[in-house]
Each structure stands twice: as C-alpha cells, then as structure tokens.
Design a protein around this ligand. Structure first.
Ligand code: BES
Ligand code: MN
Ligand code: ZN
Length: 486
C-alpha cells in the first residue's frame, strides 16, 4: 500500500478525488471546522442521535450530494495524540476496508496540524486493519482492495508528516511480516521455513544471511540449543542475519529472537487446551525478522544483527528428560528440571554466540513465560535489564511506537531459585516470580554485555475470537534501532 500527502485543492474536501474520504473530527464546532455539505451531514446525524462527539464514534454516508468521493466516513478523534489517531483511524477503517474503495483520503476537521507521530500512527492503523491471514484459508474474504491512502493537509509543513508516513510504512511492512510468519501453522512454519524467510529477506533487502545447521552447532558446542532440538524430526536452524547500514567497525545492535516453531512442552508435556497457540512460540523470531525488514527498508545508518535459534520442542524417544544435564556454549552446565522451560535453553546459547559481534547492546525477545502474562496481561511486554540507560531507551521506544513495555526487576536475590545439586544451574525455579527467574537464567549468559530481555508472552498474539499474531514488538524494536542510527 502507498501512503502520500495531498494538499486540499480549491474545491476543498468536497472536491478531493478518491473512492472514500475519512474525516477525523475533533471538538464539536462542526459548522466552523468543516465545510458545507459535509458539515450538514454530520450535524443532521448528531441531531438524529446517530453520532456523538466521543472517541470510538463513526458515521458512514454514501453519495453525499456535492461531495466527489462516493463514500464518506466520519470518525471522532479525541485529541492530537498518536494513540487517539490510531484508534480513530482503526474505527473509521472498519467501514471502508470491505468496500470496493481503492483510494482512501484521510482529512482532519478541528484538530491540530498533522505531526509525524500521527502520520506514523495512521499508517499503523490502516495496515493493521487491512491485514488478513489467507495462506491456509481458501474461504477467507477477498483481500482489501485499498491500494493508496492520501493524507489531506490543508496547512503547514508536510516534511514531518512525510517522514512519519515513511517510518510508519517500514514498521507496518515489518509488522505484517512478523504477523504472517507467526500465524502460519507449525506444519508450515518450521525452522527451515524461518531460515528460508531470512534468506529471502536477505535477497530483497541486502542482508547477509548465514544459517548454521545441526552439525555446525555441534562443532561450536551449542549443547543447550541442540538438547531442545533433539526430540524433533525437524532440523534445527541457527539463523544469523546482518544489516550493515553504518561503517564496518561500528558496534552493532544485536537482536536475539526465540524461534520455537512449536512448543509441546516436551516430556514435561503441556495440557491439550490451547496448545495450538504454541505455534506462536516463534513470535520473538518473527519480530526480529520484521525489525530487520523495517530497518533495512528505512535504510537506517546503523548496524544490526538478528540471531534466531529455531527448533521444535517435542517429546520423543530421543527427547531430553527431566534431570538431564547439558553443557551450554558458554561452558556452564544446566540441569533441565522441566523440559517446558525450553526457551531459555535455546536463548542462552544464542546470547553467548552474540558476544562474537562485539555488540553495542543485545536485546533478546521471547514468548518466554506464562508468568509474564499473569503479571502484565496483554497490554505491556515485560522488560528486564540491569542497565538503567538501556531500559529507559527501550521503554521510550515502546511509548513512541504505541507498543509499550513495563520494567521488571532483576535483583540478585532472585538468582537463588536456580541452584542445582547436579549442574551449575537448574533451568527452572519455583512457580513464584517465574518471569523473573527466567530472566535471571538468561542474565547468567550475558557476561559484560549491555543486555535487555523482552518477555512478549502476553503481547505477541491474541487468543479467542480474534486469535492471531500481533506483530509486536516490531514497533518498539524498530524505534529503538532507528533511535541508535547515525
Ligand atoms: N512458550 C512458553 C511460555 C508461554 C506459555 C507463553 C503460555 C505464552 C503462554 C514457555 O516455553 C513455557 O512453557 N514456559 C513455562 C516455564 C515453566 C515450565 C517454568 C511456563 O511459563 O509455564
Ligand atoms: Mn515451553
Ligand atoms: Zn516456549
């Protein structure tokens, strides 16, 4: 989809040439803020009790006399914030996306001039609304016909808006890629599929992609990653993708994404209810691919490395058993008390591997613990870092992207829980504070790295009627990486 700015012509909003016009209304001064035929329609609807001046309200009108666009949608915009913009555009899109409209114009009445942040939020809302999973559902409704969105600006400088639209499009494309990968069922989205996706990204966007096979990982000594992979018939893939947007010697940002393409729990088998949702357990990996795409599309002057350990967690005659002790790439040994705490087992080797890039910072992203969902629900991702400056940077990126996180603790007292009589550490502690002990486990593999961990178990997908991947936290990560660009 293409987003562009459009200045109102001499005929005003009524003369805009498009298939549909979305008018975002702020305040109640309709007569002053909106021109005649449109103002009359809205005023009549208010009088009839069909439209109220409050967030979430929309009104659809077809073939309004004196208005060029066949379809007009009004949506109430609460204020000038990016968040309100995303909500209003999302609400308005509901009555446009299923129509034959190919070209949508979006205008404001009564609001502030367009900011870059609002432009970015507008793109996010439109892209989110038109995304539809189709790959394995031939009966899915036809894809949206919407191809062009023009943002109508009556006044002011459009440079900031244009930049916001461009940034929004890069993030939207990355988010859509992450959603699509995560939505695919585990018999389609295998470790090999993720590797192929990375290679394809590499070709299209000029990334260097390397995929380590099982034997490569054996040679390196990734005993922890391979222990999880050993129960599955699917070949594990350790994917490394690099974007070089800055000088060669510039220390890269390294993103590590959990790529469990299906998590049965292994021998510590999960209950059957909702186990299908464990196809989303590669949401961290998907968000790393999406962020690579967004950063490359934005041609950001920054070096970025994405590392994705990908495998399945299956029970079988070859699978790891509770009590097994494995040796990680770092040399530290791990007693696997619960085979369902597999995410940390693949991430720890990836974190050790990350050291070779001499990173400026490392951020891992993982659907790591059910405990994080209990702590934070589905709105904010869990952020763990011992580095205050890095934590602040990531939290700010989350706010800017409307993809928020919340900081969780990492006091050394929590480390006690990981004591083992048979190895350097156990892979689980007691139930209490489960998302924190998981993070403490990872911390043992980060040495002197500047490191942060995002637990996206509650934010990577939605359950219930709206079941599907969200593409989070591509927005947060992209803002974070772009913020570090030259
Ligand atoms: N992938 C799960 C975490 C998860 C569970 C995410 C439910 C979203 C919803 C992870 O591998 C896991 O199974 N974690 C265990 C850890 C426990 C055994 C210490 C959990 O959270 O139950
Ligand atoms: Mn698990
Ligand atoms: Zn898992």
């Amino acid at each position: 989809m293409d987003f562009k700015t459009h200045s109102t012509g001499v005929n005003g909003l009524a003369g805009v040439a498009a298939d549909a016009l979305l008018v975002l209304v702020t305040g109640t001064r309709v007569a002053q803020d909106l021109e005649r035929p449109l103002a009359d329609v809205l005023a009549a609807a208010v009088k009839d009790g069909d439209f109220e001046f409050k967030a979430g309200q929309t009104l659809y009108a077809h073939r309004v006399a004196g208005v060029k666009t066949a379809r007009v949608v009004f949506a109430y915009l609460a204020d000038g914030s990016a968040k309100a913009m995303r909500k209003a555009v999302g609400a308005g899109l509901a009555s446009v996306k299923g129509t034959g409209a190919r070209h949508l114009a979006i205008a404001q009445a009564g609001g502030d001039a367009w900011s870059g942040e609002c432009g970015e939020a507008l793109v996010a809302a439109v892209s989110e609304a038109v995304y539809l999973y189709r790959e394995t559902k031939p009966s899915a409704p036809a894809a949206s016909k919407l191809a062009t969105v023009s943002v109508v600006c009556a006044r002011g400088d459009t440079a900031a808006l244009s930049a916001g639209l461009r940034r929004g499009q890069a993030i939207a494309a990355g988010t859509a890629l992450a959603r699509e990968c995560a939505n695919r069922p585990a018999n389609h989205c295998t470790p090999s599929f993720l590797a192929a996706q990375a290679r394809q990204l590499g070709k299209s966007f000029g990334l260097k992609v390397e995929v380590l096979e099982r034997k490569d990982c054996e040679k390196l000594g990734m005993g922890s990653f391979l222990a999880v992979a050993q129960g599955s018939e699917q070949a594990p893939k350790f994917i490394v993708a690099r974007w070089q947007g800055a000088a060669k010697g510039d220390a890269p940002v390294v993103l590590v994404g959990k790529g469990i393409t299906f998590d049965t729990g292994g021998i510590s088998l999960k209950p059957a209810a909702e186990m299908d949702e464990m196809k989303f357990d590669m949401g961290g990996a998907a968000s790393v691919l999406g962020t690579l795409r967004a950063v490359a599309q934005a041609q950001a002057k920054v070096n970025l490395v994405g590392i994705i350990p990908a495998c399945e967690n299956m029970p079988s005659g070859r699978a790891i058993k509770p009590g097994d002790v494995v040796t990680s790439l770092s040399g530290q040994t791990i007693e696997i008390l619960n085979t369902d705490a597999e995410g940390r087992l693949i991430l720890c080797d990836a974190l050790t591997y990350a050291e070779r890039f001499k990173p400026a910072v490392v951020v891992d992203v993982a659907t790591l613990t059910g405990a994080c969902v209990i702590a934070l629900g589905h709105h904010r991702s869990g952020l763990f870092s011992a580095d205050d400056a890095l934590a602040a940077e990531l939290l700010a990126a989350g706010e800017q992207a409307l993809d928020p996180a919340w900081r969780m603790p990492l006091d050394e007292e929590y480390d006690e829980a990981l004591k083992s009589n048979f190895a350097d550490m156990a892979n689980v502690g007691p139930r209490a504070g489960g998302s924190i002990t998981a993070a403490m486990f990872l911390k043992r593999f980060t040495g002197k790295l500047r490191w942060a961990h995002l637990d996206i178990a509650g934010t990577a997908w939605k359950s219930g009627a709206a079941k599907g991947a969200t593409g989070r936290p591509v927005g947060l990560l992209t803002h974070f990486v772009l913020g570090r660009a030259k």
